[in-house]
Design a protein around this ligand. Structure first.
Ligand SMILES: Nc1ncnc2c1ncn2[C@@H]1O[C@H](COP(=O)(O)OP(=O)(O)OP(=O)(O)O)[C@@H](O)[C@H]1O
Ligand SMILES: [Mg+2]
Length: 268
């Protein structure tokens, strides 16, 4: 869905490490992270996805991967990054592949890490990102201290919302906590699962207005991703969206998101 910018106040990615957050669970962080990784890869960026949902990691399940290692094996020092990452295939033309650093799937092995361990984890992810052009961190829902800490370690944060009021209040709470930790943080917003452009714009306007009123800044809108049954279909098939449905509406919107993040989006 194309956006119509109104001013010359342009925001683009500040660096290679991008965290994907939401506050509310189930709004599409993981689906979006994976499709965005595919889009960056098709734009010739060597891309890593880190499953940092420390309590309930499931990227390997969404992609049908059998992970060679995971975050916990790196935290424990049992594997190096190169040994731990698992390649996720691209499409038939071989573009769109990326590496995945799986979480500790469903085991909760990384839940409840103390703050030193989370700092080490953040350091490990930052170090890992140095060998890639783009690294995407798929965060847990909620605004736990560890989640905020990992978001603050990234160069940029993408907040995924939908048009439900609970998503907006939770996203606001997340942004507020993030700014308490990192004063200069100015996350991008993506409205996902949009039933219409008007509903998505209303949702964004509500969040933007609240942020401007109470936090003194307007988070830029990076993209609107349409509601698309191809997303749940791809998850059920455990295949990357762009491999199973290369021409889907969501793939188009998420390609636009990758472009917008790199070229810059403008706020009113
Ligand atoms: N644009 C979309 N159109 C239709 N369905 C979508 C869209 N985005 C996500 N979904 C569906 O929403 C559900 C949740 O997606 P996903 O697991 O990516 O969310 P999440 O934010 O990562 O959840 P969690 O907070 O549990 O990690 C899935 O069933 C997915 O198919
Ligand atoms: Mg998820």
């Amino acid at each position: 869905m194309s956006l119509s910018p109104h001013s010359d106040d342009t925001h683009r990615l500040a660096g290679p490490l991008l965290a994907i957050a939401s506050g509310k669970g189930g709004v599409g962080k993981t689906a979006l992270t994976l499709a965005l990784a595919n889009a960056f890869s098709r734009r010739k960026a060597r891309t890593l996805v880190v499953d940092a949902d420390l309590g309930m990691a499931n990227i390997d399940v969404q992609l049908g991967l059998n992970p060679r290692g995971d975050l916990s094996s790196i935290v424990a020092g049992h594997l190096t990054l190169e040994e731990a990452v698992t390649p996720a295939a691209g499409g038939a033309d071989k573009s769109g592949g990326f590496d995945v650093l799986a979480g500790a799937s469903g085991s909760g092995a990384l839940a409840g890490l103390d703050s030193n361990a989370v700092s080490r984890l953040a350091g490990g992810i930052t170090a890992a990102s140095l060998t890639y052009d783009r690294t995407l961190i798929d965060l847990a829902a909620g605004a736990e201290r560890s989640t905020i800490r990992l978001a603050a370690a990234a160069d940029d944060v993408l907040i995924v919302i939908n048009d439900e009021p609970t998503s907006l209040t939770d996203a606001y709470a997340f942004i507020k906590m993030l700014r308490m930790r990192d004063e200069g943080a100015s996350p991008f917003v993506v409205v996902n699962n949009a039933p219409s452009a008007a509903a998505a714009r209303d949702a964004y306007a509500t969040l933007a207005h609240t942020c401007q009123s109470f936090l003194g800044f307007t988070p830029p809108l990076a993209a609107i991703v349409r509601r698309d049954p191809d997303i749940p279909d791809a998850i059920r098939a455990q295949k990357p969206l762009a491999v199973r449905h290369p021409d889907s509406k969501a793939v188009q919107d998420i390609s636009g998101l990758a472009r917008a993040l790199e070229r810059g989006v403008e706020t009113v």
